[in-house]
Design a protein around this ligand. Structure first.
Ligand code: F0G
Length: 464
């Protein structure tokens, strides 16, 4: 099988453009005014002031003509919408779980799962935290415990499976608190906060064995798991000839259920789901979803959203789509590496992560180097990126102190099917220009800090 597509165009876009959205370019003065107004937080800038938007790959994909056609097929019935059954069929076919509960997006599913499975005082191990995932675990009375391999915390380490679970760390937790205090292990595909890094199938199989022995379910965060499947095919012995969709199924078959933000892999602007195999857990999720989201056959979505998602899932597992997706991110990453820019390696699937510690070694972590760099990139070029460092990590709920993550990163996240190679060239040039004058960049101080997920709304001022 030709997994890398055509040899002459290793990742040419497998589509042509039918409609365009015009971009607005701004002056440096306009951008300076905009970032000041936004409290030096790219989350608070207005989209109209952004030239190339690399804030997130979440909900920012371009839908296909077939997905838009699906929007017109919305069956907007309160109950039993036809689109729900299409979505259920797609999830069963490609993810393989028996039961599906749609939610408005990923964190809706995380809320349901955390409330159902976690009891007060439980410990939830995971291969690195994700912001919303951990918060829902904590709100349900649990304590998150990081059990990812050490390599994941080192941006320069090129280990191919930095998303792997360290079974010794997991076992140490189970020995300490007892398996009955561990309701499940939270396993994320292509670990976002580590730089979009995959786990290996070998690691997942070993984890399955361990968890079977201790009767601990594995709950997958399936948000970017097709991208994880792609890396397994590229890097793991025995998978080089397997279609990516089969690898995805094999991953899901080794787990007990999942939460999904369909705004990523599944190519929609809104949507998510919880899926599982256990009948009792499903019944509870079906019941709880009516409290927070909506009836169990729409979960906070319109019928048309579910149709677009069902079609998006089918497109997302194709080889051509995935080759272009991974290829575009890698293209940008290789340009930056060639220019000596410190980025997380190996290059991940959904984003390039600049290592702000090495980019701005003169700024102490308490002065938010990644936040400063994200603001500077916006001022330089109108490119909007996201901090993934000390601001995102938040405070320890016990001590109230800042968590100090080893990774202090700026994420340049690439939306799916949206930007061209020429845009990637502009991004690379902007980053390189800022790198050449990096000594001028100063840190920030936080002047407003909201209680939950502070990175979304915190405000900053430059240090004088
Ligand atoms: N899990 C992962 C791994 C995610 O990356 C996200 C969202 C979620 C869960 C929550 O899903 O946003 O649909 O509620 N990540 C976005 C990002 C926000 O930019 O990385 P959601």
């Amino acid at each position: 099988m030709n997994t890398q597509t055509n040899e002459h165009h290793p990742w040419a876009e497998p589509y042509k453009i039918k409609m365009v959205e015009l971009l607005r370019m701004t002056t440096r003065e306009e951008r300076l005014a905009a970032i000041r107004e936004a409290g030096y937080n790219t989350f608070l800038t207005r989209s109209r002031d952004v030239y190339i938007d690399l804030l997130t790959d979440s909900g920012t994909s371009a839908m296909s003509d077939r997905q838009w056609a699906g929007i017109m097929l919305g069956d907007e019935a309160y109950s039993g919408s036809e689109n729900f059954y299409h979505l259920e069929a797609a999830v069963r076919e490609f993810y393989g779980y028996k039961h599906l509960v749609p939610t408005h997006q990923g964190r809706g599913a995380e809320n349901l799962m955390s409330q159902i499975l976690i009891s007060d005082g439980d410990f939830v191990p995971g291969n690195m935290y994700f912001t919303t995932t951990r918060l829902h675990q904590e709100l349900a009375g649990g304590t998150f415990v990081d059990v990812i391999v050490d390599e994941a915390h080192d941006p320069e380490n090129t280990f191919p499976f930095k998303g792997n679970v360290d079974l010794d760390k997991l076992d140490a937790l189970v020995q300490e608190v007892g398996a009955d205090r561990v309701p499940y292990i939270s396993l994320e595909g292509n670990v976002n906060m580590a730089g979009g890094q995959p786990f290996s199938m070998e690691n997942l199989k070993a984890l399955r064995q361990y968890c079977r022995k201790h009767d601990i379910p594995i709950m997958l965060d399936a948000t970017r798991t097709i991208e994880n499947a792609w890396f397994i095919r590229e890097r793991e012995a025995g998978y080089s000839d397997m279609p990516v969709r089969k690898i995805l199924r094999e991953i899901c078959d080794l787990t007990d259920g999942c939460t999904m933000s369909a705004k990523k892999d599944a190519l929609v602007n809104i949507g998510g789901f919880f899926a599982c195999n256990d009948d009792e857990v499903f019944k509870k999720a079906q019941n709880l979803v009516v409290v927070y989201e909506g009836l169990h056959t729409y979960g906070g979505l319109a019928g048309r959203d579910m149709e677009a998602m069902a079609q998006g899932i089918r497109e997302s597992v194709t080889e051509e789509h995935m080759a272009a997706r991974i290829g575009q991110v890698r293209y940008l990453g290789q340009k930056l590496l060639a220019a000596g820019i410190p980025i997380v390696r190996p290059i991940g699937s959904h984003a390039i992560f600049i290592d702000a510690r090495r980019f701005l070694p003169h700024i102490d972590q308490e002065h938010f180097p990644a936040q400063s760099l994200a603001a500077e990139l916006f001022i330089e070029s109108g490119i909007r990126t996201m901090e993934r460092g000390i601001v995102s990590a938040g405070r320890d709920p016990e001590t109230g102190k800042n968590r100090k993550p080893k990774l202090e990163l700026v994420r340049l996240t690439i939306p799916r099917r949206v930007y061209t190679q020429a845009h990637m060239d502009v991004v690379a040039d902007a980053v390189i220009d800022v790198y050449h004058r990096r000594e001028e960049i100063r840190g920030l101080k936080m002047v407003y800090e909201p209680e939950y997920l502070r990175f979304f709304q915190a405000r900053f001022e430059p240090l004088t």
